[in-house]
Design a protein around this ligand. Structure first.
Ligand code: SAM
Length: 254
């Protein structure tokens, strides 16, 4: 523990850093226009149609009060396993798959007796594990919280997109561009917004965090039911051949 003199010196240094960061932050546009360097990239804007039906949650734990019980869930990025235990208690999953490339901090606690029964450990790079271990359309929910760089999250998204069932949920922790606790760029918001915009997967939940490390949950649109030839003939008769616009993608129970 630092003594009082060291604490005073640390506080002074901290204040200097805060001032420096303020000045650098204020120079964002100068840096971009004059030198072409930026400390953080903007995320694409989202279409109102893809966010307007989202529910706001006070805390990320609440996400797992709202997922179907007995489902197949993956948590990607585990650390100590604190959130794994919350997912397990709240969602009562049929299978919970825990994926991390470093389990040295993991404390299974109350999950110990469930390992290899309903809880499965996968040690390795997250996107590689998702791609290689699981079949397509396997999971009901995937919670992504591993490598927070833009490239890391984008890789996890590309893998997870195929592994989630139609109507399933893809959830992300730390939905932000910049981490105030580490003073470094996070690529989560940019990568997630790109998914929402390009795949048109709507936002279904947004959960608040007190330092801005919010969670966001998007839904893979449910599969369209196959239509019969009679339905097509009937629709064509009533619409004069025009395709009717679908009202909403959110047809499942979430
Ligand atoms: C922020 S922690 C996860 C915290 C946990 N989800 C929670 O809410 O308590 C991030 C974890 O991701 C893991 N991780 C980082 N990059 C990874 C990668 N490429 N593949 C697998 N795990 C990774 C780290 O080892 C670390 O345990």
């Amino acid at each position: 523990m630092p003594d009082d003199v060291q604490k005073e010196e640390l506080n002074r240094l901290n204040q200097e850093i805060v001032e420096l960061e303020k000045r650098l932050g204020g120079l964002y546009w100068v840096r971009k226009e004059k030198y072409g360097v930026v400390p953080v990239e903007f995320a694409p804007w989202l279409d109102v149609k893809l966010v307007g039906r989202a529910r706001l949650l006070w805390h990320r734990d609440e996400i797992f009060d709202n997922v179907p019980k007995k489902s197949k869930i993956a948590e990607v990025g585990i650390l100590k396993g604190d959130f794994s235990r919350i997912i397990f208690e709240k969602a009562e999953p049929h299978e919970l798959h825990l994926i991390d490339n470093d389990f040295s901090h993991f404390d299974p606690g109350s999950l110990l007796n469930e390992i290899d029964k309903r809880v499965f450990i996968h040690n390795g790079d997250s996107s590689t594990v998702m791609q290689e271990i699981f079949g397509d359309n396997f999971f009901d929910v995937i919670y992504i919280d591993a490598d927070h760089s833009y490239d890391g999250v984008s890789k996890d998204i590309r893998a997870a997109q195929r592994k989630i069932k139609p109507g399933g949920l893809l959830a992300f922790n730390d939905y932000m561009n910049w981490s105030p606790l580490e003073s470094r760029e996070y690529g989560v918001m940019r990568a997630v917004n790109e998914l929402i915009v390009s795949a048109r997967w709507p936002v279904v939940f947004f959960a608040f965090h007190d330092l801005g490390y919010h969670d966001i949950v998007v839904q893979r649109p449910p599969a369209e039911k196959p239509r019969t030839r009679i339905f097509h003939a009937w629709r064509s008769y009533w619409t004069g051949g025009r395709k009717s616009g679908r009202k909403s993608d959110l047809t499942s129970g979430f």
